[in-house]
Ligand binder design. Sequence first.
Ligand SMILES: Cc1cc2nc3c(=O)[nH]c(=O)nc-3n(C[C@H](O)[C@H](O)[C@H](O)COP(=O)(O)O)c2cc1C
Length: 208
Amino acid sequence: MSAPICRTRKLVALYGSPRRQGNTSRLLNQAATGARAAGAVVEDVFLGDLSLSPCLEDNGCRDTGRCVIADDFQRIYLLLDECDGLLLASPVFFGGVSAQAKILIDRCQCFWAGKYLLKRVRGGFSRKRPGLFLSAAARAPRPDLFEGAVRTVRYFFDALDVALWRTLLYPGLEEAHDVLAHEGYLREAFDAGLRLVAEVDPGRPEQG
Ligand SMILES: Cc1cc2nc3c(=O)[nH]c(=O)nc-3n(C[C@H](O)[C@H](O)[C@H](O)COP(=O)(O)O)c2cc1C
């Protein structure tokens, strides 16, 4: 009897901080490294490097489920549409996600239109795609510190049919290198990336 063919899992890692070597970038890099150790292919996307217009709310996506603005989003759309799982990192900025992350999230209104207006059903798998959200904030822990960011990410993931499988939220990190003093946080992020790969629906066929 031949062994089942397990195809490569394709993940997308969205870096939402303007700091390439900041806390959330370092944490996400660890998670991506963990996912690669589990055999996944991970595409790193630094949102600050992209040329992205904010959503212009002309509702062009309502007819087709595709955004009509011609910029780097068109490539990211395909990555997000076809990936098996998603990793997103953003610092807390004024109680929410960074501007870099929010611009991308708002452009994903086309996924929302496809799902809720055009009633598109994402076929080919029985389980939602797993998603991991990592965040850092400077303030000391308090119950609502990550509330705004996590709420936005929940809406974002829902539009993409991604399940918020796990959140890793780290308070008390301010300078770009602060996370380096917390080996446990970095290890936790690595382990989460490793384990996220096992959350991908094993029956999910190749996309794209
Ligand atoms: C524009 C801006 C807004 C911020 N707003 C908050 C905030 O509301 N709450 C908080 O705890 N930290 C806030 N911070 C601090 C960052 O969340 C913190 O430094 C974080 O570690 C940055 O992550 P990064 O290194 O991945 O960019 C803010 C920082 C900036 C630059």
